[in-house]
Design a binder for this molecule. Sequence first.
Ligand SMILES: Nc1ncnc2c1ncn2[C@@H]1O[C@H](COP(=O)(O)OP(=O)(O)OP(=O)(O)O)[C@@H](O)[C@H]1O
Ligand SMILES: Cc1cn([C@H]2C[C@H](O)[C@@H](COP(=O)(O)O)O2)c(=O)[nH]c1=O
Length: 202
Amino acid sequence: MQGKFITFEGIDGAGKSTHIGFVTDYLTSRGKQIVSSREPGGTPLGEKLRDLLLHEKMHLETEALLMFASRREHIAQVIAPNLAAGKWVLSDRFTDASFAYQSGGRGLPRAKMEALEAWVHPELQPDLTLLFDVPLEVARQRLDATRTLDKFEREQADFFAKCRAEYLRRAEQFPERFVVVDSTRSIADIQASLAQVLEKLL
Ligand SMILES: Nc1ncnc2c1ncn2[C@@H]1O[C@H](COP(=O)(O)OP(=O)(O)OP(=O)(O)O)[C@@H](O)[C@H]1O
Ligand SMILES: Cc1cn([C@H]2C[C@H](O)[C@@H](COP(=O)(O)O)O2)c(=O)[nH]c1=O
């Protein structure tokens, strides 16, 4: 039987990476085999592209194309074969991030993103997308507290406002797969909600 595909989304600092370990443990305890991965990245070539994408300046369309190049490799090497083998694949970001960042944040016309999506994965969509949603100021405080910022994380508030708005628009467009998680709550509260969401998928 085909496994399920779960994606984790949100603006930088929203808290999505924090919960991937919890979801992995929860599903493992329910007998699922889990493969956890990320975008950009997830394969040796994808990780090289990630390094470029997070640290080099480039044309907006180059950025969008490299995101999808990394994704194509990720689907071919990790996502598709593992789903076919019955494993559950968790990905820290997928195509909704391209809509949020390259279209919403940077302004690439949505039609171009839709064309790339239709080319690279015409059949594949996540079974569940967890969108961790927080006001920009909360995300910014969490980031500042923890790390050296990359190219995206150094963007201004206006950029993240547009990314967040595009994420929320996607959630409205695809209510059958999106769950918007209020990520201002405590980690324990969020994980209690996640358990309820996951139960419905099992
Ligand atoms: N609900 C929460 N309450 C308080 N702190 C949180 C919460 N969720 C995450 N954090 C903290 O915020 C910081 C950022 O979290 P995390 O790395 O999960 O964010 P992220 O959305 O994955 O960011 P990025 O996309 O940049 O990797 C971490 O220090 C984490 O411990
Ligand atoms: C998949 C994808 C990612 N991005 C951006 C979003 C983040 O700022 C970085 C990845 O960093 P993270 O800490 O691992 O979340 O890349 C993007 O702009 N477009 C995409 O498609």
